[in-house]
Design a protein around this ligand. Structure first.
Ligand SMILES: Nc1ncnc2c1ncn2[C@@H]1O[C@H](COP(=O)(O)OP(=O)(O)OP(=O)(O)O)[C@@H](O)[C@H]1O
Ligand SMILES: [Mg+2]
Length: 129
């Protein structure tokens, strides 16, 4: 049953809350992650080739006895806009399919999406997802 408190929150926040999930993953994990997402029914996404570093600020590599630092490492960014209620499920699928347990597995950032519009029809909100 809907409590008055639940209704109040919904009225303030709107009926179609959406989130954007940005996952920074290893390039070699891209296919696995996209396939895992498709398997659970998520097809709308975008992919960007990016470079970056986290806590280790890149890595020290050795080549012909010389040590040199690679400051930025190639990663892939997957962005998915989803219904609020699907967020945890999607995050779980990404973590399970992208994790190796080694440093540099990547990160996931989650933010609020205010609205969405399908250009072809002018539809708005979570029905465009
Ligand atoms: N604070 C941050 N803000 C924005 N992007 C970040 C941040 N931290 C990491 N990234 C992005 O995530 C990528 C991978 O980070 P990484 O997995 O190395 O994080 P980490 O914190 O160093 O964790 P680990 O110890 O597992 O390596 C970076 O190349 C960068 O693109
Ligand atoms: Mg790191």
């Amino acid at each position: 049953m809907l409590t008055p408190n639940f209704l109040f929150v919904k009225i303030i926040k709107g009926m179609d809350n959406m989130k954007k999930i940005e996952a920074i993953i290893r390039p070699e994990k891209l296919k696995t992650v996209v396939n895992a997402l498709e398997d659970v029914g998520y097809s709308g996404l975008m992919i960007t080739e990016i470079e970056g570093h986290g806590k280790q600020r890149g890595i020290v590599q050795q080549w012909r006895g010389e040590k040199y630092k690679v400051e930025f490492l190639p990663k892939r960014k997957i962005e998915i806009v989803c219904k609020d209620t699907d967020t945890e499920k999607i995050v779980k699928v990404i973590v399970q399919s992208a994790q190796t347990g080694e440093i540099g597995d990547g990160k996931i950032f989650i933010s609020e999406i205010i609205d969405a519009i399908r250009i072809r029809t002018g539809e708005r909100g979570d029905l465009v997802l």
